[in-house]
Design a protein around this ligand. Structure first.
Ligand SMILES: [Zn+2]
Length: 159
């Protein structure tokens, strides 16, 4: 289960209207391992090529896929069924995350960076908020010591 921190940072609702998503274990050139979600493997390749994938720890763009745990050879049918099950479970988890955030935080839209700053500097009362911020805005916030989290935002009800 997921519990929001003080501030939430979510992508634009239109930004991630994909049906299924895949998760990659990624590694930067400093050896930080992290997970990231992509629509499919070509999206990963494209975003990596455009340096849109970066390490959350050191911001490096030199990213590669972390070696996967060895797997037993299995029939492609069994593997496909497994993957479908995993995708379904991942989707379910993201839906629960979305509902949790919607229930427990106030949507502030594009005012997010400003609202997060106001709370950080004591100009507004602390509360859980979520909204939209560009990667640059999110980085500026983190440079100021304001912790935000990016959440894959998936559409509801078309499972
Ligand atoms: Zn790193």
């Amino acid at each position: 289960m997921y519990y929001p921190r003080d501030y939430e940072y979510l992508p634009l609702p239109g930004e991630s209207k994909q049906q299924g998503m895949i998760k990659y274990e990624l590694k930067c050139d400093s050896g930080h391992v992290f997970e990231a979600w992509f629509q499919d493997s070509s999206t990963y390749d494209r975003q990596r090529g455009r340096k849109q994938v970066h390490c959350p720890v050191c911001n490096s763009h030199k990213i590669s896929k972390a070696p996967m745990a060895p797997r037993l050879a299995r029939s492609s049918e069994a593997r496909a069924a497994d993957e479908a099950k995993q995708a379904q479970a991942a989707r379910q988890a993201l839906l629960q995350l979305r509902e949790h955030v919607e229930r427990n935080a106030d949507y502030v839209g594009s005012e997010f960076p400003e609202e997060a700053r106001k709370m950080h500097y004591g100009d507004a009362e602390h509360r859980n908020i979520y909204g939209e911020a560009s990667p640059e805005e999110a980085k500026e916030l983190s440079d100021e010591g304001i912790e935000v989290t990016s959440i894959p935002w998936i559409p509801r009800g078309d499972a």
